[in-house]
Design a protein around this ligand. Structure first.
Ligand SMILES: C[S@@+](CC[C@H](N)C(=O)[O-])C[C@H]1O[C@@H](n2cnc3c(N)ncnc32)[C@H](O)[C@@H]1O
Length: 327
């Protein structure tokens, strides 16, 4: 497992790697899209497993060094595209790479490199500027915290952080910023800790507020919805979709998408005409009815794996629903 070893050296241990490979079933000559390239752990494993071709996509400019390394190791078989996986169909078309007949893989959330570099502002374990932008452009978490109304901030913390004490947090932030702008991760974490009690699980009370801001700053759920639609558009008959999520809100989006596209309201047969009652044809067949989760050994070795859930499906030959919606 060369990919896993090199990625570990670079600070990100790929989660559920053998299971991801198993569900993608790499084939010689097939094209795969790794929409969340990171340190390239999945891409490297796909390139190692067969004579595949892989396109890696990532919105974070810092991953370029990992992409360059992989390009040198697998000349002519690996392409890196800097951008968002939510528009992977456009990015691939622009690069002249159409017809993803192998599969698409998404490994959601942040990489260990992003968390571990304090200046990226994702983590409260060290004090740093409150940034959280994967792309290093656009509004920062500090902009949101200092400029959004108390009500809007509260809604973000409630909906994306699932924080029970969202009202208290929003009120405390609004009071603190009247004194001075909130500019650092340490400042924000201290404000949250003052008003949110530590639960039995001992998880830092600031965790849910930080998660909410990160998801908002990077529009993570919006990207996921657009990315699943885009994957449906570019995948050929028989290509596989594998998504690893780390959060119940993300997993719900994947579950609902796959349930709908694999049968909910779809026609039982491709030969049966579409009607108002039967709806469009299924574009996916589920491989996983229940999500695949890591075993105890992986969770022990890599605590980040603990909340991971993998869902997978195979593309059918039916036309993409997303195209119908866009038309
Ligand atoms: C969990 S890491 C992926 C790790 C990778 N599987 C590996 O083995 O090294 C997630 C990566 O996805 C990227 N990312 C998150 N959302 C993205 C999006 N909408 N478009 C492109 N890249 C995204 C992040 O910048 C990060 O590098």
């Amino acid at each position: 497992m060369t990919g896993a070893i090199s990625s570990r050296r670079d600070g990100h241990v790929p989660v559920l790697l053998p299971e991801v490979l198993d569900h993608l079933a790499p084939r010689d000559g097939a094209l795969y899209c790794d929409g969340t390239f990171g340190a390239g752990g999945y891409s490297a494993a796909l390139l190692d497993a067969a004579r595949t071709r892989v396109v890696g996509i990532d919105r974070d400019p810092d991953v370029q060094v990992h992409a360059d390394r992989l390009g040198q190791r697998f000349p002519g078989r690996f392409t890196f595209l800097r951008g968002r996986y939510g528009s992977m169909d456009e990015a691939l078309a622009e690069a002249g790479l159409e017809g993803v007949d192998g599969g698409v893989v998404l490994d959601l959330g942040v990489s260990s490199m992003q968390i571990d570099i304090p200046e990226r502002g994702f983590s409260f374990s060290q004090d740093a500027a409150l940034d959280m932008r994967m792309e290093r452009s656009g509004p920062t978490a500090a902009d949101i915290v200092n400029e959004f109304s108390e009500a809007d901030l509260g809604a973000i913390i409630r909906d994306l952080g699932e924080e029970r004490f969202w009202r208290r947090v929003a009120r405390a932030v609004a009071a603190a910023r009247r004194e001075a702008p909130i500019e650092s991760t340490g400042q924000l974490a201290a404000i949250v800790r003052r008003v949110v009690p530590t639960a039995k699980d001992r998880i830092d009370p600031a965790t849910r507020t930080f998660q909410a801001l990160r998801m908002f700053v990077n529009d993570e759920l919006g990207e996921l919805e657009r990315g699943l639609d885009a994957a449906e558009r570019i995948m050929a008959d028989g290509a596989r979709l594998v998504v690893v999520s780390f959060h119940s809100l993300e997993d719900r989006v994947v579950k609902v998408f796959l349930r709908q596209r694999s049968g909910g309201g779809a026609r039982p047969s491709r030969h049966q005409p579409e009607t108002a009652e039967t709806g469009p044809q299924a574009t996916f067949t589920l491989i996983t009815r229940k999500p695949v989760v890591p075993g105890e050994a992986e969770c022990q070795a890599n605590p980040r794996a603990r909340s991971a859930k993998l869902r997978a499906a195979v593309r059918t030959a039916a036309p993409a629903w997303a195209e119908r919606a866009a038309a």
